[in-house]
Design a protein around this ligand. Structure first.
Ligand code: ADP
Ligand code: GN1
Ligand code: MG
Length: 368
């Protein structure tokens, strides 16, 4: 994007001042994000929404308006809350809508930039992990009573293992990028676990696990922490949809418990950080123990194994499909990510009993 093109997009929104700079920002894998600073010293976050990933952008934006409105209303009644800082704020465009399209058919939106915040790709301290757990737990609690009619599925079957396996099988059958010969080990690993990894889905279909409104992308860099490492705002709300709490717990644990980055090439460096897991779990259950059923609590450990498995499958599928979904920085990036996620599954399987013991202990502590 040229500076001129970006200035044109920004001028369609009700921002204060004229654009002074627009720089790429953050490390998300999906949207294109820029931090924009204007002549009045105001700071905004401009995003090009990935409409290959999100097929119904108007529906997605409608969700976002409804979800942020609901969160702000709820926070207003909680003493000490600051809805402007703790919830994303969309900037209206000049026609009172919340997005605009460019000549190439891309969708753009603008948020208030939340100053003095940080987002971490990897968790460094137990305090951060605890705060992250509290933030995502509270997010579920605050959205528990939103009218479900207001939310459309932005990516149907997002964490449905059956759907993810079917997509992998299609990629294996078509092998469009001629990479199948490179992934035999990973496919064998996935295949050995097909049945076991259906547990959450089966419990859900049997009505044993209720559907709740989830965030669905709870990796740690989707919560902004303030200068004192307190959780300030849950961001990246494009995937808020109904689902099983095990999904959000598992996706968060995927990034929290792993001592190494999501795409670590050196598999021996992928080790479990149990203190960070414990801290996240305590923070999460502090906010959710009041409403979670025993079956849901028992499903959390299944989610912790399932989400890196699904993520491994998604990266592997994208590698086979020739890197059409995730941003990559090398031709083997998706393969490296897939290997790292499947290695994490292996480590989690070895520690399953210990981790479940930690979850149950933290839960007992909250409900006693
Ligand atoms: P993606 O879907 O590509 O992950 P995100 O919405 O998560 O996009 O944004 C990418 C990054 O931009 C985040 O990880 C965070 O660092 C930063 N970010 C997003 N929203 C804001 C905001 N309102 N204020 C400050 N930083 C933000
Ligand atoms: C994507 O947008 P971002 O980078 O927060 C992806 C998640 C994956 C994650 C893996 C809409 O999240 O589902 O877990 O990458 N988001 C979408 O890092 O597919
Ligand atoms: Mg993100």
């Amino acid at each position: 994007m040229t500076d001129l093109a970006i200035a044109d997009i920004v001028s369609r929104f009700k921002v204060h001042g004229n654009i002074v700079s627009a720089k790429p920002f953050g490390s998300g894998h999906i949207n294109d994000t820029y931090r924009v600073i204007t002549s009045t010293g105001n700071s905004y976050l401009l995003q090009k929404i990935n409409h290959f990933v999100f097929k119904d952008v108007p529906g997605l934006m409608n969700n976002l308006v409804n979800v942020t409105r609901h969160l702000k209303e709820k926070l207003k009644s909680i003493p000490g809350s600051d809805p402007e800082k703790q919830v994303l704020t969309l900037i209206e465009n000049n026609d009172n809508g919340y997005f605009t399209t460019d000549a190439a058919g891309n969708y753009w939106r603008v948020f208030l930039f939340l100053d003095h915040t940080k987002s971490y790709d990897q968790v460094l301290t137990e305090k951060q992990a605890f705060e992250g757990g509290k933030a995502f737990g509270r997010f579920q609690a605050l959205l528990a009573d939103i009218d479900r009619q207001l939310i459309v599925d932005t990516i149907p079957n997002f964490q449905n293992v059956e759907f993810r396996l079917a997509n992998l099988d299609k990629a294996i059958a078509a092998d469009p990028a001629h990479r199948l010969s490179k992934v035999a080990t990973e496919i064998a690993f996935v295949n050995q676990r097909r049945t076991a990894m259906h547990r959450v889905l089966e419990l859900g279909r049997a009505g044993i696990l209720p559907e709740r409104i989830l965030h669905y992308d709870t990796k740690f860099n989707n919560v902004l922490l303030d200068e004192h490492d307190h959780a300030q705002c849950v961001i990246d709300l494009d995937t808020v949809m109904p689902g099983y709490v095990a999904y959000d717990f598992g996706d968060a644990i995927r990034t929290i418990i792993n001592n190494a980055p999501e795409d670590e090439p050196e598999l021996d460096l992928i080790k479990l950080n149990i203190p960070l897991f414990t801290a996240y779990t305590k923070g999460y259950l502090k906010q959710t123990a009041a409403f979670l059923t025993e079956a849901e609590v028992n499903s959390l450990i299944e989610g912790a194994l399932l989400l890196p498995y699904i993520q491994g499958i998604r990266f592997l599928t994208d590698y086979l499909n020739g890197d059409i979904y995730y941003k990559i920085n090398s031709p083997w990036h998706n393969l490296q990510r897939a290997k790292a996620q499947l290695q994490l599954v292996k480590k989690l399987e070895e520690a399953k009993e210990t981790l479940n013991g930690i979850i149950l202990k933290a839960w007992q502590h909250e409900i006693k």
